[in-house]
Design a protein around this ligand. Structure first.
Ligand code: SF4
Length: 434
């Protein structure tokens, strides 16, 4: 039987795409191998959001060039994902002539055409192909692409405009996943609250939550990534009201300065962002909120960075993903702005944010010691179970259980990164908040 190997870098959307491609290959009789040297097809599912991610793909391609030479052409190589532009120029092909196909995100048929040139799988093959859950949690893309065109971001150029999947199709996929053991699904979109705008009935993300909520076997629903401007009151209320929707929001703020936000073309002011956070904290008690921040964006002064720092100190997020700005060729910022913050200054700012956030997260998590959290067990390592609380915090626990079980855990210890505790008797009322 032919074998494939997929290497994935990047966001959850890429992970979901790789899982879907793998499901299609399985359906066609292919086997997965963890050893690239045994594979007949290797797919690199790439990310282009930061230079570092592209550099990793390029170094992997160096290895694959050598592997392909050793295999006398018996190996097919596909590069998929955000590194592949709409028009694959000669530049990519000249640089990597040993690559058999460059496929845009989700161009699964293009990947398969390298190994099954004769097969016409028909229009129903991919919509009816769902990945088997690899454990109790699974990702489900619900809206593809992005219409926002933030000046620093390459995603809309690579993933195209927002396209929502019909509610019935998502609900069917969630039902199949739950039947096959998934207890938690994360509904994915680059801006997940944009879900439904482009569909004829204009359903909202809250409608989608309701449509999948009562799926038998499903215990938890999460959603990623939130765009502040699309986060409506109705969506926030639905998170508070629907028992299976977890109290966790990832809402990137990117900067704490209105001028920088305008240059990033984020489409909201800090006042509007603060108001979303306030509503969440008012209407969804105990909710955890994480955010994303870019430091050293074009023209960011020390004072403007200070405002970001102060905002993080004020809003006290549970988690902050911080990145130093790196220009992405083709974006508005790379074409019209100057990347003028020295790398050393970017790194100082990045470390300042990391240090601040470590102390905030440690304090927030210390406040959870003594509380009882509902934890979905995801795995076991070194004799200890681990999983996540509804707030997405990692919990290490002692007790009995297996992946897929939900445990009530009394938190005994904490750090900035995780919680530790002991399982207590089940039959839980809802877990305690902060
Ligand atoms: S909202 Fe902005 S940062 Fe997010 S994917 Fe769209 S363009 Fe990129």
């Amino acid at each position: 039987m032919p074998r494939y190997h997929i290497w994935t870098v990047g966001c959850q959307m890429n992970e979901a795409d790789s899982a879907k491609l793998a499901a299609g290959l399985h359906r066609l009789g292919w086997l997965e191998t963890a050893r690239p040297e045994e594979a007949d097809l290797i797919v690199l599912n790439t990310c282009s959001v930061r230079q570092k991610a592209e550099d990793r793909a390029v170094s992997k391609l160096g290895l694959l060039r050598r592997l392909k030479a050793q295999r006398n052409g018996q190996l097919k190589i596909a590069v998929m994902g955000c590194m592949v532009p709409r028009q694959v120029g000669e530049h990519l092909q000249e640089r990597f002539p040993f690559v058999d196909v460059f496929a845009r995100p989700q161009a699964f048929a293009d990947v398969l055409a390298t190994v099954l040139p004769e097969d016409d799988l028909g229009g129903e093959f991919w919509p009816s192909t769902f990945p088997e859950p690899a454990g109790p949690t699974a990702y489900v893309p619900v809206v593809h692409g992005c219409n926002k065109f933030c000046t620093f971001c390459i995603v809309p150029y690579r993933r195209g405009r927002e396209r929502s999947r019909p509610i019935a199709e998502v609900a069917h996929e969630v039902a199949v996943l739950a039947e096959n053991g998934a207890r938690e699904v994360t509904l994915l979109g680059q801006t997940v609250e944009a879900y439904g705008h482009d569909l004829s009935e204009h359903p909202s993300l809250a409608d989608l939550f309701r449509a999948v909520h009562d799926t038998p076997g499903l215990e938890r629903i999460r959603f990623l990534t939130s765009y502040p401007k699309d986060m409506t009151d109705a969506i926030i209320h639905s998170v508070g009201e629907l028992p299976k929707v977890c109290e966790y929001f990832n809402i990137p703020v990117q900067s704490g300065d209105d001028d920088v936000l305008a240059r990033m073309r984020r489409g909201y002011t800090l006042g509007e962002y603060r108001s979303v956070v306030e509503k969440i904290r008012r209407w969804v008690p105990g909710a955890a909120i994480s955010t994303d921040v870019i430091v050293g964006f074009c023209g960011e002064t020390e004072e403007q960075f200070r405002r970001t720092y102060d905002l993080l100190a004020e809003l006290r997020f549970d988690k902050v993903h911080v990145a130093a700005y790196s220009p992405r060729p083709g974006t508005i910022a790379s074409r019209t702005m100057t990347d003028d913050v020295p790398q050393s200054v970017k790194m100082q700012r990045l470390h300042a944010v990391e240090e601040l956030q470590e102390s905030i997260a440690a304090q927030i998590n210390a406040g959870l010691v003594g509380s009882v959290q509902e934890v979905l067990i995801e795995g076991q390592k070194g004799g200890k179970l681990h999983g996540r609380a509804r707030t997405n915090k990692i919990v290490h626990l002692s007790g009995r259980g297996k992946p897929g079980d939900t445990a009530r855990v009394r938190i005994e210890k904490s750090s900035a990164w995780s919680l530790q505790g002991r399982q207590v008797a089940n039959s839980a009322p809802r877990p305690e908040g902060r």
